[in-house]
Ligand binder design. Structure first.
Ligand SMILES: Cc1ncc(COP(=O)(O)O)c(C=O)c1O
Length: 410
């Protein structure tokens, strides 16, 4: 029997096929995973047990007894949490629970973007946001960052420039609170300036707060959504980095007029109910105590990573100490091409994110890479960086031996 050939039947315009999962790399610096020790297993078990015992029969209906916007108790928790932590005033009708905040990205893009549109985005940004824009045929204008986040002078210039060309960007996408991948936090003064510029040009802001719970000092400026006077901010967030990414629970905060359009294209008849119920039970009791327990050990891990880079790469690796989160953005010498480093590093057991996939400016990203530090152990971080330095030296001649602290000590 010959197998049916599906190739001629495939819809036009599909992205390239996925590759089969090769398993995790031995030294895994990618994927945005969290520390396995941080998953509150016992409390999640109890929450699952309690909520199912009490409300398990509501699984009989799509959307539980809460309707299509998601489990009501979880939305009620979010109303409280967003007010307390980020200063956002909203009600449960202005929250839509999604299957991870990746679905939130899809829904926001789905209601706002068409092929040929232009958006503004930080020059370094989340690969999942950038790849979506590419796939949609949307032009992404990158704005450089410095230590205080997106540079407002550059934003003002870009907005003026687009205006002169008759282009009104569909949104300004920003990860203002622990930016991915740079680890910066947009200062409060810049937040106000961003809001002013956005209002002046009639451009919405798309605020992605994925990492905002993970600042080293537990403090954060108010969300852009909270500071906005005129409702032009769509806010999304996630439980992936604070509780667990495999749960796949995120959310959108937006005015009902917009949320109702997103709900109309959310065709999955509701995001998975069990994880929403478990979070709705776990969070009111434990979230506030849980989150501060995460950051001290993440901080220790990034210190191990920075130490290891200094030791193995010496001055060949440049980076700024991030203000929180789970990743470090690293600059290697100009001759290094991290897209070309990727394969031999993977063959040596080290997985890295090549810089060009994390920026609108591929040439700028060429010698940069993103390293996630939350999931590997301290030992794996040290051994992985040593292995990476070996591969980099073999492939590109840097770091050279002179910068090697080991040798300098000997
Ligand atoms: C900035 C940013 N936004 C959104 C996401 C999507 O996360 P999730 O779908 O797990 O909520 C990520 C994941 O790493 C991210 O870094």
């Amino acid at each position: 029997m010959t197998a049916l050939d599906f190739a001629p039947l495939l819809a036009p315009g599909l992205p390239p096929p996925a590759v089969k999962w090769p398993g995790f790399a031995k030294y895994n610096f990618i994927g945005g995973h969290i520390d396995a020790d941080h998953v509150p297993v016992e409390k999640l078990l109890k929450a699952a047990n309690d909520v199912l015992a009490r409300e398990g029969t509501t699984l009989a209906t799509y959307g539980l007894a809460s309707g299509p916007q998601g489990y009501r108790r979880l939305r009620e928790f979010l109303v409280q949490k967003l007010k307390r932590a980020a200063g956002i005033s909203c009600n449960t009708d202005e929250i839509l629970i999604t299957s991870g905040s990746l679905q939130a990205l899809d829904l926001v893009n789905g209601v706002l973007l068409a092929r040929g549109d232009t958006v503004i985005i930080e020059r370094e940004s989340y690969q999942g946001a950038l790849s979506r824009l590419t796939r949609l045929g949307v032009n992404a204008v990158g704005i450089p960052l410095d230590g205080d986040g997106m540079r407002m002078d550059a934003l003002a210039t870009a907005l003026d420039d687009l205006k002169h060309r008759g282009i009104r960007p569909k949104y300004i996408y920003t990860i203002p609170t622990v930016q991915n991948p740079t680890g910066t936090i947009l200062s409060e003064a810049r937040r106000l300036e961003l809001l002013r510029l956005a209002e002046q040009h009639g451009v919405p802001i798309f605020e992605d707060d994925c990492y905002s719970d993970l600042t080293w000092d537990g403090r954060r400026p108010p969300a852009l959504h909270a500071l906005s006077q005129h409702g032009g901010v769509i806010h999304i967030g996630s439980f992936s980095k604070s509780v667990a990414p495999a749960l796949r629970v995120g959310y959108i905060v937006a005015d009902w007029s917009l949320l109702s359009r997103m709900l109309a294209i959310k065709t999955d008849a509701g995001s998975g109910a069990l994880e929403q119920m478990v979070l709705g039970e776990f969070c009111p009791a434990h979230f506030d105590a849980h989150v501060p327990e995460l950051t001290p050990s993440l901080r220790k891990k990034v210190e191990t990573l920075m130490d290891a880079l200094n030791e193995q790469f010496g001055t060949a690796a440049e980076f700024d100490d991030p203000k929180g989160g789970i990743s470090l953005w690293v600059k290697l010498p100009d001759e290094v091409d991290t897209l070309k480093l990727f394969q031999p590093a993977r063959a040596a057991g080290v997985a890295i994110n090549p810089g060009p996939e994390w920026t609108t400016d591929k040439a700028y990203g060429k010698s940069r890479m993103r390293l996630c530090f939350a999931n590997p152990s301290h030992e794996a971080i040290r051994a992985g960086v040593a292995a990476l330095a070996e591969v980099c030296r073999r492939e590109f001649g840097v770091p050279n031996r002179i910068a090697n602290v080991e040798k300098a000590r000997a």
